[in-house]
Design a protein around this ligand. Structure first.
Ligand code: PLP
Length: 386
């Protein structure tokens, strides 16, 4: 049985060219902090990647800080804003990834930070007028943390507008860009975010490698103390091969962005039409079936309740997600679903996320559709027999 991977928002397969560059980088074993030639060879590898990434984002190389992942980048940014920059209030939304949501709640319980949630509507959209109103309501030093592209329902926030509102009102702005980085062109000379995050494994790079964009003027400091690596913003000997892998994956995705995105968009449109025709009563969550959504994600709402759907598809060789990777397997529904579905819908339906890459084929969507159709028909038969 050929297996089908439709969980690319959880992680993506490594590009072979990325693996080759990482293997070569592993042979450059010097410590990048060493002044001898072994160290400097490794240092050059890192600095080349930093320069390229800065070029894509139109920022200064010194504003790119390599970390171990998106989670670390988000933790570092939010916690340092509270510990070092005197942030007393955070405005966010219930749509954020757990690594942002949990960190903010820790800042509330441990550090007494006031937390304000902007409520999404039934489509999963936020009203940025509410952000403006909340910012004007208090003079407290504020961090706004609102993600760019939602990992569960694919809604995209106008981060330029959000950043401008924050700037006009003297607030710092952090955007979790883990799902959009390397999938969309991002020019941070035009979009005045203060902080953003990236994770290489979301675009065919290695796990354990990411970066934080930290605007120079923000004054953010390190959470991990020790040596002066990463301009003293993140102590610890760098993951040279991981950084090289991140850089190569980003190069490939940026250079092929148009081709990859138009292929994925076509596959997604095909999936929307095909699955809609095969499974009567199916709906799509948030904006995910619309053209303006994150093109890699399609969030289905199956018209029956089946907590075992992920397992059933897996037994047919098809990998999808019933939540984001970190919360799938948990029996509790995700916060995002609780926000956009009412109690009755939650009882009678099953959300399912399928997520694509440039490697996804129409034939794979056909196989998924056939599997969903069979499961839906079996559900209907079981219902009659009850
Ligand atoms: N933010 C978003 C939106 C994500 O989707 C994820 C991963 O699922 C993360 C952050 C965490 O990234 P990492 O797996 O690199 O820690």
């Amino acid at each position: 049985m050929d297996k089908i991977y439709l969980d690319n928002a959880a992680t993506t397969p490594l590009d072979e060219a990325v693996i080759s560059e990482m293997i070569a980088a592993m042979r450059s074993f010097g410590n990048p902090s060493s002044t001898h030639s072994f160290g400097q060879d490794a240092k050059i590898l890192i600095e080349n990647v930093r320069r390229n990434i800065a070029g894509y984002l139109n920022v200064s190389p010194s504003e790119i800080v390599f970390t171990s992942c998106g989670t670390e980048s988000n933790n570092m940014i939010i916690k340092s804003c509270v510990y070092h920059l005197g942030v007393e209030r955070i405005i966010t939304s219930p749509l954020e990834h757990k690594c942002v949501a949990e960190t903010i709640m820790e800042m509330k319980s441990r550090n007494g930070v006031e937390v304000i949630f902007l409520r999404p509507d039934k489509n999963g959209d936020l009203n940025l007028n509410e952000l403006e109103t909340a910012l004007k309501a208090s003079g407290k030093k504020t961090l706004v943390s609102l993600m760019h592209a939602n990992n569960e329902i694919g809604n995209i926030l106008d981060i330029k507008k959000a950043a401008l509102i924050c700037k006009e009102n003297g607030a710092l702005y952090h955007s979790d860009t883990v799902q959009s980085m390397a999938h969309y062109p991002l020019d941070f000379s035009e979009i005045p975010v203060d902080f953003a995050s990236c994770s290489a494994h979301k675009f065919h790079g290695p796990k354990g490698s990411g970066f934080a964009f930290i605007r120079k003027s923000s004054g953010l400091k390190s959470l991990i103390t020790g040596g002066p690596q990463e301009r003293s913003l993140r102590a610890g000997t760098e993951n040279v091969a991981g950084i090289v892998g991140l850089g190569k994956a980003m190069d490939i995705c940026i250079h092929n962005m148009e081709r990859y995105s138009s292929h994925i968009q076509q596959v997604k449109e095909y999936a929307v039409n095909k699955i809609s025709a095969a499974v009567p009563g199916i709906k799509f969550n948030g904006r995910s079936a619309e053209k303006e959504s994150l093109y890699t994600v399609l969030s289905l709402l199956l018209p029956f309740n089946d907590p075992l759907i992920g397992l059933k598809l897996d037994m047919k060789g098809i990998a999808v997600s019933q939540g984001s990777a970190c919360s799938s397997g948990a029996s509790k529904p995700s916060m995002v679903m609780m926000m956009i579905l009412d109690d009755e819908e939650m009882k009678k339906t099953t959300p399912l996320r399928i997520s694509f890459s440039h490697l996804t084929t129409i034939q794979e969507i056909d196989s998924l559709t056939a599997a969903l159709k069979e499961i839906a028909e079996n559900q209907a038969i079981e219902k009659i027999n009850v």
